[in-house]
Design a protein around this ligand. Sequence first.
Ligand code: CA
Length: 219
Amino acid sequence: MRLLLVEDDEMIAESVSGALRRAGYAVDWANDGRAAELSLGNGVYDLVLLDLGLPKRDGIDVLNTYRKNGGAAPVIILTARDAVEERIRGLDAGADDYLIKPFDLDELAARIRALLRRRTGQKQPVYAHGELTLDPAAHDVAKNGVPMPLVPREFALLQALIEEPTRVFTKAELEEKLYGWGEEVGSNTIEVHVHSLRRKIGADQVVTVRGVGYRLKRC
Ligand code: CA
């Protein structure tokens, strides 16, 4: 899962992005409104965290432009306690949720999980496909109920696949989901992760679609 954090306060940005990376998300950070618009233009994000008081371009303007251009990722706005009108404007401009600063990082993580579920039409907190289950909150994967310990990138890879279990993902799409800016991605990185994931959950679970990419086994 690839998230964009738009926040001009460096300390908040560092603590939030650090916590989310430890939770297994790829996180990019934009520190003003214009950088946010540029980043959102490439369309790779699964979710956006948007501060509203930003240099160069107001967060509400960023959100309006994003939605007007067809940007569909869930957006959580981050606002000050006394800014009720700002929150209302944000929700009316197409935000999906908001958090009041200072917010609890565990609560933020839970709201992110909830919005990501809603985005894929998933009502249950645990994803299930065939013999596999994946619990984003507990970071657990099991096959036929037996826990499968995965490293964070393997987990992120399986999460991407299980969220849309019939879709074929290209290598480029998976790289975008697993890696943020400035992270070194080798030419065979995704193959390596697929290989190690198959070794743990079973080679037949991840199907190679020749010339296209990867998807989960049909069930
Ligand atoms: Ca701010």
